[in-house]
Design a protein around this ligand. Structure first.
Ligand SMILES: *[C@@H]1O[C@H](CO)[C@@H](O)[C@H](O)[C@H]1NC(C)=O
Ligand SMILES: *[C@@H]1O[C@H](CO)[C@@H](O)[C@H](O)[C@H]1NC(C)=O
Length: 384
């Protein structure tokens, strides 16, 4: 053996040694994930186009191959973060072999079919972002095996079925399942939630205390555009850390507004486009931080409480599309008022059209007379 052959051999061994860093089962999983994607949906400029298994995925430096789309910690894949290249296909169940994954982000691509059930048992996964794909199927009860999950975003997909009761056991702080076709009622929610968004689905049933009871730091609730029914109970608005509440576009028929403590953090409340019947509660004005309130397009009647016009931090007020009657508080039109919004399409008397609040006209009097008659429930007016 010549000197140069020995050197070449050593060099080759060194290269081979550094070239097989990644755990073989991780390599197999990555290959399987790649082969689930339709080749002509992998553009030449994309991360996945640089995935070439003649190199080792976790070996550094990445000069020509595995330029992006994954990260490793020594010999294990810890992140799958695909670019928004329009990758189309299904997600391989072998993804569950990547047991050291901390982050999966496949958002804004075109994956379809079910999310492999095995993915829901990755023990170290903290962030799962599958937003804006076409995943279908339901969320399995075994999701409770995601022992480390903090952020779960599967919004803008085609998920169906109901939410499993096992959600409660997850350490989630952010849950976004908006824009799917999820049905059924709201189960007991995970205790650590900061943000809950399940808007534009088909959730039904009422707001039950047991679903929300344990939530100690919930700041944002987005449940608009579902089919929730019944009463919005007083305790719901009293959840102390709650800042933003959106229950618009549901089928709620009543609300109960209790006076809050001084520590209420509620800033914005949207209850528009429901079927809320009854009087407008003066207690909304007692929420110290409340600056935006919408109850537009409901079935409210009676007067607008004068205290609303005296609440100096109220900036947006939408009460249009109800059957509110009487004179609106004159302070709204004093020139000092900073409230914007609308009081139009009601049964108010003397709403000055010079005010932005009254630009939209009031209902015709024949409708208003009929409603007064029906809501009071006695014959207050006998047509002669
Ligand atoms: C992968 O890399 C090898 C070696 O650099 C190269 O010969 C091969 O053509 C590459 N394959 C693809 C699909 O780019
Ligand atoms: C309401 O949700 C449905 C699906 O449930 C969706 O098609 C529609 O666009 C949503 N509307 C709004 C205003 O978000």
């Amino acid at each position: 053996m010549t000197y140069s052959t020995t050197v070449s051999l050593l060099l080759l061994l060194t290269i081979t040694a550094t070239a097989t860093v990644t755990l073989p089962s991780d390599v197999a999983a990555l290959k399987s994930i790649t082969s689930g994607i339709i080749p002509n949906t992998i553009p030449s400029y994309s991360c996945l186009a640089s995935w070439n298994f003649t190199s080792d995925p976790c070996s550094n430096p990445h000069i020509t191959h595995f330029l992006c789309g994954l990260s490793c910690s020594t010999n294990r894949v810890t992140q799958l973060t695909f670019d928004r290249a329009g990758y189309t296909g299904t997600l391989s169940p072998l993804i569950s072999q990547l047991t050291q994954l901390i982050t999966i982000d496949l958002s804004d691509n075109k994956f379809s079919g079910p999310i492999p059930i095995s993915l829901f048992s990755l023990p170290n996964l903290q962030t799962l972002n599958l937003r804006s794909n076409s995943f279908s199927g339901s969320i399995p009860p075994s999701i409770s095996n995601l022992k480390s999950i903090q952020t779960l975003d599967i919004s803008h997909n085609s998920l169906s079925g109901s939410l499993p009761n096992t959600l409660i056991s997850l350490p989630l702080t952010r849950l976004d399942l908006s824009f799917n076709q999820i049905t059924g009622s709201i189960p007991t929610l995970p205790t650590n939630l900061l943000e809950l968004a399940i808007k534009s689905n088909s959730l039904s049933g009422s707001l039950s205390k047991s679903s929300f009871n344990q939530l100690i730091q919930l700041e944002v609730i987005e449940l608009s555009n579902n089919s929730l029914t019944g009463s919005i109970p007083g305790w719901f608005f009293l959840q102390q850390p709650l800042q933003q509440l959106n229950l618009a576009n549901n089928q709620f028929t009543n609300i109960e507004i209790l006076k809050p403590g001084t520590n209420s953090n509620l800033i914005a409340v949207d209850l528009g486009y429901n079927k809320i019947d009854g009087y407008l509660s003066a207690n909304f004005a007692s929420y110290p931080m409340l600056s935006s309130l919408s109850l537009r397009y409901n079935k409210l009647h009676g007067p607008i409480p004068t205290v609303y016009s005296k609440k100096s931090n109220l900036k947006r007020l939408f009460l249009d599309g109800n059957y509110l009657s009487g004179l609106p508080p004159k302070e709204f039109f004093s020139g000092k008022s900073t409230v914007s919004g609308s009081l139009g399409d009601n049964c108010l008397k003397s709403c000055p059209v010079s005010s932005e609040l009254c630009v939209k006209s009031q209902k015709p009097s024949v409708i208003c007379e009929k409603v007064t008659y029906e809501s009071v429930g006695v014959k207050v007016k006998q047509k002669s």
